[in-house]
Design a protein around this ligand. Structure first.
Ligand code: TYM
Length: 343
């Protein structure tokens, strides 16, 4: 059967972030900043704090509630406007979990074992990982396809999960002879799709890295940001005149990419200005750009967090709006599968 044409689906963007600990500059540049930029275009935008994903590894229940609100605050601080986008937390819309179960019957066990994120997170003792950690990508596919989302902005590390989402959609459509789910486009764009650790240019910047110096947290103050950039690992060479010259210099490339992403310039534009300069000049310039862009976000986040009742109100409203889109699509999916609905 031919692939469904995404033009038969209304343009809709969906993406999510886990509330499993402090968010980083990687989350901001790879995801949040782009979520904000995608608002107000042709596509409806739906953004989700994916709390059901977070509990696939142990979360302290008291802390988790705060982290869910913090993630919602980060979305808004980065410019996601609940008047322009649907913003909610996943566990309040039960269609996600229901659709995930339906997809557990479509996806194959082998697909799940091949996921590099599962291998990384489960580590050597994978027999002891939660079943949810293994089934995680089916829930992610459910998040996306419960809205028949046509495009999903994410960082590079989520590419494999999006391929699996497409496989689930295609297998469902094929098995039931329908064109019910779109073959969702990943939007992995820009210079910051993979922000690297400040301590090791071969590792992704991550909230789970044991070294706090490896990342910039969205809650870091200006001095901490400047200090982390000053101490970032680099090489001794001056900066080249074009992106090509950064090919084998992962740490240097990372800092230049971060600069370009923060200042909305191309890498070549940044290098045109700093060609021939060393990191003694470039790092303070980067620190200045980083502080100027991040300080207002940190401030807005703490302002939002000062009024948790308002965050809860936004999330409740978002959940109602999400539910109104998701429920009919879930019901239609059940009908296609032959499940009896009598009310
Ligand atoms: P999560 O919570 O790990 O990360 C959220 C988003 O941030 C991006 N990101 C990065 N981008 C660039 N450089 C980095 N160092 C970096 N670190 C993180 C991620 O690529 C992601 O876009 N499985 C997803 C959450 C999810 C989801 C979804 C996403 C659940 N359901 C449906 C899209 C659609 C995750 O764990 O992201």
């Amino acid at each position: 059967m031919s692939e469904p044409q995404n033009s038969t689906f209304r343009p809709r963007i969906f993406s999510g972030i886990q509330p499993s600990g402090g968010l980083t500059l990687g989350n901001y540049l790879g995801a949040l900043k782009r979520f904000a930029a995608l608002q107000g275009g042709e596509a409806e935008t739906i953004y989700c704090v994916v709390d059901l994903h977070a509990i696939t590894v142990w979360q302290d229940p008291e802390q988790l509630k705060t982290r869910i609100r913090e993630a919602a605050a980060a979305f808004m601080a980065a410019g996601v406007d609940p008047a322009k986008s649907v913003l909610f937390n996943q566990s309040q819309v039960s269609a996600h979990a229901e659709m995930a179960w339906l997809f557990n019957t479509v996806a194959r066990v082998g697909w799940m074992y091949r996921m590099t994120q599962f291998k990384d997170k489960a580590g050597k003792n994978s027999e002891n990982a939660s079943l949810g950690l293994l089934a995680y990508p089916a829930l992610m596919a459910a998040d996306i396809l419960t809205y028949q989302a046509t495009a999903v902005p994410v960082g590079e590390d989520q590419k494999q999960h999006l391929e699996l989402t497409r496989d689930i959609a295609a297998k469902f459509n094929h098995d039931y002879g329908v064109e019910h789910f779109p073959i969702t486009q990943p939007l992995i764009e820009g210079v910051a799709t993979r922000v690297m650790s400040l301590r090791d240019g071969s590792k992704k910047m991550s909230k789970s890295d044991p070294s706090d110096a490896s990342r910039i947290n969205l809650t870091d103050d200006a001095d901490t940001i400047a200090q982390k950039i000053r101490k970032a690992r680099t090489d001794a060479d001056p900066l080249p005149g074009s992106a090509e010259g950064l090919k084998d210099r992962p740490e240097a490339r990372n800092l230049v990419n971060i600069y370009a992403a923060l200042s909305d310039e191309s890498v070549d534009q940044v290098l045109a200005r700093y060609e021939g300069q060393g990191f003694g000049t470039f790092k303070p310039a980067l620190a200045e750009v980083a502080v100027a862009s991040m300080a207002p976000i940190t401030k807005a986040m703490s302002d939002y967090m000062a009024d948790p009742a308002e965050i809860d109100r936004v999330l409740a409203d978002g959940a109602d709006r999400a539910e109104a889109i998701a429920r009919p699509i879930l019901n239609r999916t059940k009908d296609i599968m032959g499940l009896l609905r009598t009310r």
